[in-house]
Design a protein around this ligand. Structure first.
Ligand code: 13P
Length: 287
């Protein structure tokens, strides 16, 4: 069932668990995540970066594929199709294309411009029943060519953006996209707690879910994080399983070159890591 992410994340705040956002790249990724969510009776958010949207030939293709797949596979758990780190124009394209949720990443704009663009988009989304995430304090690391410095968001700026009526908020707390460097300082829980105090029950989003130790994930959830984004880890699992298949020479045996066989180990590997994350985030049986 394609739904906005508002209710599933408000439920997660109340129930003290988090819903995973898993980014998709193609049909195999989408099918792996949807079937795992259904098998575990978990709500799920499919994240689509602007780069991945372009790769899949455009947001309309993505929206059509996801809604048809939900139908064909009888997926009854709540699924949100969410634009990840959207530009201003990208958000409008996804609203038109049939996404049920968008993130407007105005974190690189001066706060006043982030405020004006975010409030305009809040109205455009809510007019159509679509949920919207905003970001304060850029998330470090690189994602699709967008490089952030990994700031700690100012709790007062978070409050300012929260008050615009966004449905959930990504606040940088030292988290970064991709693998964490050896000298990473960990998450800043003081900043998270201060933001939580100011914004109340608004669900918080933790980007850069790959490689954050389980105890930090649990603490973040206890402090109001209700959505955790995971991208790189699925890619690494897919890569490792595909490499093993090729290195074992399986593509050279029989019909092992058939893409449905060649991509199968990677598909199964994504299912394994997605289930592991759902267990850690506590979203199993919360559909
Ligand atoms: P990772 O690639 O580090 O898991 O981050 C994903 C993310 O935050 C998408 O917005």
């Amino acid at each position: 069932m394609l739904v906005s992410a508002t209710k599933m994340l408000n439920d997660a705040v109340q129930g003290k668990y988090a819903v995973g956002q898993f980014n998709i790249n193609n049909l195999e990724w989408t099918k792996a995540i949807l079937t795992t969510a259904q098998e575990n009776n978990s709500p799920v958010i499919l994240g689509v970066s602007e780069g991945a949207g372009k790769y899949m030939t455009g947001f309309k293709t993505v929206a059509a594929m996801v809604s048809a797949m939900i139908d064909e596979l009888n997926i009854t758990v709540p699924v949100a199709l969410h634009l990840d780190h959207g530009t201003y124009d990208g958000c409008y394209k996804c609203i038109e294309a049939g996404f049920s949720s968008v993130m407007f990443d105005g974190s690189h704009f001066p706060i006043d411009e982030n405020v004006s663009k975010t409030s305009e988009l809040v109205k455009a989304c809510h007019d159509k029943g679509i949920s919207i995430e905003a970001e304060v304090g850029s998330i470090g690391g690189e994602e699709d060519g967008v490089v952030g410095a990994g700031e700690i968001a100012d709790p007062n700026e978070c409050k300012k953006i929260a008050d615009l009526g966004v449905d959930f908020l990504a606040a940088g707390i030292g988290n970064i996209h991709g693998k964490y460097p050896d000298n990473w300082q960990g998450l800043d829980f003081d900043a998270l707690a201060k933001t939580k105090d100011l914004i109340g029950d608004l669900p918080l989003v933790l980007h850069g879910g790959t490689g954050i130790p389980a105890d930090m994930i649990k603490k973040a959830i206890s402090l109001g994080v209700a959505k955790i984004n995971v991208n790189t880890e699925c890619q690494l699992y897919f890569q490792e399983a595909t490499r093993k298949y090729i290195e074992a020479g399986k593509d050279l045996q029989g019909k092992g070159f058939d893409p449905r066989k060649l991509l199968a180990p990677g598909y199964e590997a994504i299912k394994v890591i997605v289930k592991e994350k759902m267990e850690l985030f506590g979203s199993i049986n919360k559909a």
